[in-house]
Write a protein that binds this ligand. Sequence first.
Ligand SMILES: Nc1nc2c(ncn2[C@@H]2O[C@H](COP(=O)(O)OP(=O)(O)OP(=O)(O)O)[C@@H](O)[C@H]2O)c(=O)[nH]1
Ligand SMILES: [Mg+2]
Length: 368
Amino acid sequence: MDTTELIPGVIAVLAVIGGAAGVVLLRRVRRRRAEGLPHRTPATPAMQGAGAQLRSVLAATSRRFRAQLEAILRREGQPVEQVVHEVEEALIAADVGLPTAQALVSRVRQTLEVPLERDALWMALQREAAALLSTGPPPVPTVRPWVVLVTGVNGVGKTTTIGKLAARHIAEGRKVLLVAADTFRAAASDQLAVWAERVGADLVRHTPGGDPGAVVFDGLKAALARRVDVVLVDTAGRLHTRTPLMEELRKLRRVVEREIAGAPHETLLVLDATTGQNAITQARLFTEAVQVTGIVLTKLDGTARGGVVLAIRHQLGIPIRFIGIGEKIEDLRPFDPGEFANALFGGGGDASEAGGAAAVVPVEGPSP
Ligand SMILES: Nc1nc2c(ncn2[C@@H]2O[C@H](COP(=O)(O)OP(=O)(O)OP(=O)(O)O)[C@@H](O)[C@H]2O)c(=O)[nH]1
Ligand SMILES: [Mg+2]
């Protein structure tokens, strides 16, 4: 048989197979939408970048929140006020906290129209969260030495954050000195010494058990003599409820103020995201003691409590400078409000990620 006679038949078979695959795919997308699940889209290079990494870090928080919200949106005939109320509940469950959830929902409510569109709701949440989180650019060292005091309760990630921060400054061409003012634990200065060695920073340390104020004093003198650009002061973890320890921190700050005019240029409070709302209490007490100027929120990887970022920014008014998303040296990222809101409520403009296509959710209008 002439092979050219086969061509129309082959085309017909391929068309049938292609059509069937399309129908299956379409059905799957429809089913996932009906179930309130995002249909999977192939990852593009842009999605695999920084935004995608943050989305995967915040997936646990986001998933919990989305599941709850999509369940609400699937119920037909809900009055808008009921939907809005349940959005507030979902936000509270994601550790956003009551006052912040209320503030966010009231801003979102003003922008919603009836009939309520699912996409419009997600976009309003994303937009208002970004606005709530917005902050000016983080300060860059403008004087030498630029002194940063790093504080926080035990085990939140202060020393690790200092190591990561030092690596960033060094990569940007600055000379960095680490000061081991955590003289409380014998191993603390060893841990900082490992980081100093690893990233190529100078280190000033004393023997364990000494006076932290004396280490800071020596560290600052060394920084001036060696023309260091950035000094990062590691302090002992302390319970915010222990008054003598908080007084010791005030003393450390006074030493810094006395030795270098205008310093500390930044007082960072490190908070562990896994502690959720407790982070707010810690932040209040540290702020009273040492005038915290910026927050580093660590351990956002592996927690479903990422919503606490909104509470911290809204209730304390302190800007979030960096977020910790893992234990590795590169796992410290400057905080970007838009990117963060997108990771929580958006999906890079991908409607499916944001909870489905532009579906009109059948809800009743507000009562007149
Ligand atoms: N998963 C994860 N682990 C982190 C992060 N930041 C720090 N850690 C880990 O948290 C643990 C405690 O970190 P440290 O840097 O020693 O904490 P610290 O606040 O200095 O602790 P103390 O000096 O004892 O108060 C270590 O195992 C770190 O590797 C983060 O962003 N993600
Ligand atoms: Mg430490």
